[in-house]
Design a protein around this ligand. Structure first.
Ligand code: F6R
Length: 606
């Protein structure tokens, strides 16, 4: 999604401004631009393409100035064109704005402004803001006043940053439901959609809340309330991540780096304060019903959680995709909602949480980004501590969320006397083994998976079959394949196959079977039955399995054999294979690994 940034300081800020949008690239975008104030004049340079391409075409680094704003655009209103890229200026060029979000009343505002003689150059909703500023400034002669009047007339969601020739040493910014934070430095201050915008320069941040605006200058910042215009005292939060953690560190892609960081992110997830884990388990005990919500990968994390809660805690929690939450959930003051989100800024999940809160539910979140909207809007937030996840495709954040849900499930299972203390301890010991086992798989199997991926990357359609907890693993693995390799893969429960999809099976539809260890007596024979059904129709089957039963091997046209482990951790080994297969297939197809087409890291629009 769009990223916005701004820098104001004593020295020329053009390099730090460019760095800021480079560091926001991972959010996903199609065009970018900057506006810099120098000598009482605003210069805007923008174009379609990646930051380095646009820099080369437009010579962004040649600009000089002490205040500037920048933007990476992920098109929503208006096509991907130079005109629609941000920043946008007012008719006289006295104001320049960048924006993330959607202004829902822009049609009406635009029609009114056009009648008053304003000339529009783009199809965006954002451009109305620049013209509103010009309009109000011409009647008040006061930039702050014009800014408040403009933002208060907007409906919808926004994070906005603005510079004006009338206040050349300041950046004005405001937020409503789209992320925006300040970076506080020494004689230079920043704004950004997230920390990455200024992580190279400062670790001190101030998080804006909805309906607040801020004015930053080189030595100062001030936060005020949109409505009353009164000053709001804000705490400075120190960011724990450092710039190095957000760099590739020798890996060719962030995706691979983050896949390899999973052992550490699991350790961090296992180290989440036990008191919080117990507190969430107690909240589940005390609630009439608990919903797990997420969307995309985090929905699959929730679904996996649903299976673990049923198996180990004897409790049925309902996983709901955040975008459908309102349509499905029954929420009262006895309901608990656990929202799962890497970024903490996903619009659908925020919206679902708002609905839950409006209906008096208690709320918990599992979030990776400190100070994010979801972390701040819930009663209790678990920080998962995965470190920055830069690749658009979630890997290490998702596995950590799964581990945290399992920790809560085991705690709840013990509270509800579904598992003994001894059994809980044993299972926790198994979880502790997982980082080393995953490390070994990464070391030993990556090359093999790479060969397989190259061999089959030309196959256009895959069926990923799993049963029980292997079903969400199949879904998540299929999503990785779709996202990064642009290969169609459909996750499905094995038992569902014969109820329709089996009609598709022939020699052209390839299947991956997610085969559990044989001790999973309710799952193993059934999934092998599904595999037989595929084989009987000349389907190709690749088996991810634990090398249990020699006679079954014959069914597989291709196989990846995993070490035997306890069933509580076995699904994660297959998840790693699913990630690697998608990554290497994408490499073989020369895809844009860290920034796949049409995808954005944090989806902040409806
Ligand atoms: C897939 C992926 C997305 C996100 C989804 C929710 O790899 O990353 O499906 O999981 O957009 O995002 P967060 O976790 O930021 O709420």
């Amino acid at each position: 999604m769009c990223g916005i940034s701004g820098v104001v300081g004593f020295e020329n800020i053009s390099k730090s401004l460019l760095d800021s949008i480079r560091n926001l690239e991972y959010r996903g975008y199609d065009s970018c631009g900057v506006a810099i104030l120098d000598d009482g004049c605003i210069t805007i340079k923008k174009n379609i393409g990646q930051v380095d391409e646009v820099n080369e075409k437009e010579r962004l680094t040649d600009l000089e100035g002490r205040a500037g704003i920048a933007h990476t655009r992920w098109a929503t209103h208006g096509g991907v064109t130079r005109e629609n890229s941000h920043p946008h200026a007012s008719c006289r060029g006295d104001f320049a704005v960048v924006h993330n979000g959607i202004i829902s009343n822009y049609h009406t505002l635009k029609a009114g402004l056009k009648r008053e003689g304003h000339q529009f150059l783009s199809d965006t909703d954002t451009e109305v803001i620049a013209h509103l500023l010009e309009k109000y400034y011409s009647s008040t002669g006061d930039v702050e006043d014009a800014f408040i009047k403009s933002i208060n007339i907007l409906e919808g969601t926004y994070a906005i940053a603005m510079i004006s020739v009338y206040e050349p040493e300041k950046i004005f910014c405001a937020k409503n439901e789209s992320p925006l934070i300040l970076g506080i430095g020494n004689d230079v201050n920043y704004i950004g959609s997230d920390f990455n915008a200024f992580i190279d320069y400062t670790k001190n941040t101030v998080v804006l809340d909805d309906k607040e605006y801020a004015i930053i200058s080189k030595e100062n910042y001030i936060v005020k309330d949109n409505i009353r215009g009164e000053r709001v005292d804000k705490e400075i939060t120190k960011i724990e991540w450092d710039a190095e953690m957000a760099k590739k560190g020798g890996y060719p892609h962030y995706m691979l780096k983050e896949i390899y960081e999973q052992p550490q992110s699991i350790i961090n997830a296992l180290n989440v304060d036990r008191k919080i884990i117990k507190k969430v388990a107690s909240l589940i005990m005390d609630s009439d019903r608990t919903y797990l919500l997420g969307v995309g990968t985090t929905y699959y994390v929730s679904l996996l959680g649903e299976y673990y809660f049923s198996s180990y805690a004897g409790s049925h929690l309902s996983a709901i995709s955040s975008d459908e939450f309102k349509n499905l959930a029954e929420v009262t003051d006895k309901t608990l909602v656990i929202a799962i989100s890497q970024s903490g800024e996903t619009y659908d999940s925020i919206n679902a949480l708002k609905y839950a809160k409006a209906n008096k539910a208690r709320t918990v979140s599992i979030v990776n980004v400190i100070g994010s909207s979801i972390a701040r809007m819930v009663d209790l937030s678990i920080m998962q501590g995965s470190g920055p996840e830069i690749c658009v495709i979630s890997t290490k954040a998702a596995i950590s969320q799964m581990i945290i849900l399992i920790s809560i499930a085991l705690e709840l299972g013990n509270m509800r006397k579904k598992i003994t203390k001894k059994e809980k301890k044993r299972l926790e010991k198994e979880l502790i083994k997982l980082p080393t086992i995953i490390q070994n798989i990464l070391n030993e199997k990556s090359g093999f998976v790479n060969n397989i991926a190259q061999r089959y990357s030309g196959i256009k359609n895959w069926l990923y079959l799993g049963r029980g907890v292997y079903y969400p693993i199949a879904l998540e693995s299929a999503l990785k394949m779709k996202e990064v390799a642009y290969i169609h893969a459909e996750g499905m429960p094995g038992g569902f196959l014969k109820h329709g999809t089996i009609a598709l099976i022939d020699e052209d539809l390839y299947t991956v079977g997610f085969i559990p260890p044989r001790e999973e007596k309710d799952l193993y024979p059934l999934i092998m039955g599904s595999i037989e059904e595929v084989k009987a129709r000349n389907g190709f089957v690749m088996g991810f399995h634990f090398g249990d039963k020699e006679k079954d091997y014959k069914l597989f046209d291709e196989e990846i054999i995993l070490p035997k482990v306890d069933k509580v951790i076995a699904p994660f080994l297959q998840l790693i294979l699913g990630q690697l297969l998608a990554y290497f297939a994408a490499i073989s197809l020369k895809r844009n690994i860290d920034r796949p087409r049409s995808l954005a890291k944090s989806v902040t629009v409806a």
